[in-house]
Design a protein around this ligand. Structure first.
Ligand code: HEM
Length: 244
């Protein structure tokens, strides 16, 4: 019996990285949901001193796993593409399953950009401020604005996660055979919605205050409603444009 050797074939490599990809993915998205549904509401109810200590000891640790699992998810996702020869031959992006994974990857990469470029960059200031205050230093006046920027991007990532996962699993397991004739329209509309939402969470459209365009970031309930609406829109468009 040649134990384990099958793992060193292309198919074995794809399987291994698919497993690692989903493992890292659940770590990332699990922590995203923890931040959104548990930590932010809990911190809002905590006393300032306890919150500062929790930012220092708890949030900083969660953020470490969060950002590295996000990077690992993306890298292992690209390893799946590598083992399927999909990095060199891009024809697959025109096939039905290719449309699905392309959009899943696009959403995933925008989310990854938010993790490293917005959430981590701003949370670093919040954590440094908490440590400084704990040590008896002056509070950084920029910290609340940084916290707000991170919160908006985090809630936007939560909103993106619903359709992102639909596309990830839809690639191999969609429940009807769709066709890719109208893929141009589908790509166009979904990417446009994605760009508008991303610009909105960066404050480019309605600023970062509490206003109409930022309704979806005001509570985790609003974010869940928005994620569900986005999922329904992406799915309905899929039915309209991609059903044979
Ligand atoms: C960040 C960028 C990401 C990239 C580049 C990426 C890439 C991929 C690729 C290439 C596949 C294989 C599709 C196929 O041919 O069957 C896949 C599947 C999958 N991905 Fe991702 N992904 C990303 C993010 C995520 C995230 C955040 C999750 C969250 C859990 C996730 C969960 C999954 C799942 C569950 C599958 C389906 C596995 C299966 O059905 O066998 N991915 N992804």
């Amino acid at each position: 019996m040649e134990l384990g050797l099958e793992l060193f074939t292309k198919e074995g490599g794809e399987f291994l990285f698919r497993w690692g990809h989903v493992l890292a993915g659940i770590t990332w998205i699990g922590l995203l949901y923890y931040f959104n549904f548990v930590q932010v509401p809990a911190f809002a109810e905590m006393e300032a001193g306890a919150r500062t200590n929790a930012i220092d000891k708890l949030a900083s640790r969660a953020l470490w796993w969060f950002r590295w699992s996000a990077l690992a998810t993306a890298l292992m996702g690209f390893m799946i593409l590598y083992f399927k020869d999909q990095l060199t031959d891009m024809e697959w992006a025109q096939k039905p399953s290719g449309v699905s994974i392309m959009l899943g990857i696009l959403l995933g990469l925008v989310m990854l950009g938010n993790v490293w470029g917005v959430i981590y960059r701003n949370q670093k200031v919040v954590i440094a401020n908490a440590r400084n205050v704990q040590a008896g230093g002056e509070a950084n006046p920029d910290a609340p604005a940084c916290g707000r920027s991170a919160l908006m991007a985090s809630r936007q990532n939560m909103i993106f996660s619903f359709p992102m996962l639909m596309f990830m699993i839809g690639t191999a397991h969609f429940f009807y055979n769709f066709n890719a004739e109208n893929r141009g329209a589908y790509y166009g509309i979904t990417v446009l919605i994605l760009i508008v939402l991303e610009l909105n969470c960066l404050g480019v459209i309605g600023g970062k205050g509490q206003n109409f365009t930022n309704w979806m970031y005001e509570s985790h309930k609003n974010a869940i409603i928005s994620a569900s609406v986005l999922l329904v829109i992406y799915y309905a468009l899929f039915e309209c444009l991609m059903k044979p």
